[in-house]
Design a protein around this ligand. Structure first.
Ligand code: BEZ
Length: 220
């Protein structure tokens, strides 16, 4: 299994998806991306989650983020299930979902459940948990989170992290607790002295190590 630390390159793979065969790195191109796994097709929490991802397609597009799902089912199963997701979620799934029945990609990305004895297939093989990987245009993993099968994710939080990462990369700032786009940001600790004054005129010093400034992305 490769080392999937933050900062490492997302492993490349070839996969069958609901939109045909993809070669992951080629599919990523120079976009941001979210690779997210779910436990199983035709399951309740997953049905609500994939509907929400489909409804948020404009939010992902606005940020230049491609989205791709994955579970240890085959593509024929995904295809049938998408009709239900569209009906229940009053939406249209337009992102690809990987059919990873042999768990090759799930194993490589360490997505399989070792905890929940109910999250298994008919043969007792572990299914995937609710993992999320945010990958940047250099194909570097910038966020990874794992949720249990029983808990649906909050995709606004994932969009919030994308906003934070994109703002931080562009402006050399970090973002405080509960930050939302437009709130004050923090001057990155590596920006000091005259450079800080030049980049963030009038920044506010709460402690020498905690300096706030206006969200530069909100003014752009
Ligand atoms: C669900 O999506 O509801 C689910 C899937 C697998 C295990 C438990 C719940």
């Amino acid at each position: 299994m490769p080392n999937l630390r933050l900062g490492s390159v997302a492993p490349d793979f070839t996969a069958e998806t609901t939109q045909g065969t993809i070669q992951f790195h080629q599919w990523l191109g120079d976009s941001w991306a979210i690779l997210f796994s779910h436990p199983d097709d035709f399951t309740p929490v997953c049905t609500t989650e994939l509907g929400e991802v489909a409804r948020k397609s404009e939010e992902f597009k606005k940020r230049g983020v491609k989205v791709i799902g994955l579970s240890a089912n085959d593509v024929a199963s995904h295809d049938k299930w998408i009709a239900d997701i569209n009906e229940v979620g009053k939406t249209k799934v337009e992102f690809p979902i990987i059919g990873d029945k042999d768990r090759k990609i799930a194993t490589e990305y360490d997505m399989l459940d070792a905890l929940d004895p109910t999250n298994v297939d008919a043969k007792g093989m572990p299914m995937t948990v609710r993992d999320v990987f945010v990958i940047d245009p250099k194909k570097v993993i910038r966020l990874k989170i794992s949720y249990p099968a029983s808990t649906g994710r909050h995709f606004d939080e994932i969009l919030r992290v994308v906003d934070s990462l994109q703002t931080g990369d562009k402006y050399r700032v970090t973002t405080p607790v509960n930050w939302q786009k437009g709130d004050k940001v923090i001057v990155h600790p590596s920006v000091q002295g005259a450079e800080a004054e030049k980049l963030f005129p009038g920044y506010e010093t709460v402690k020498p190590y905690l300096r706030f400034t206006k969200d530069p992305s909100a003014q752009a």
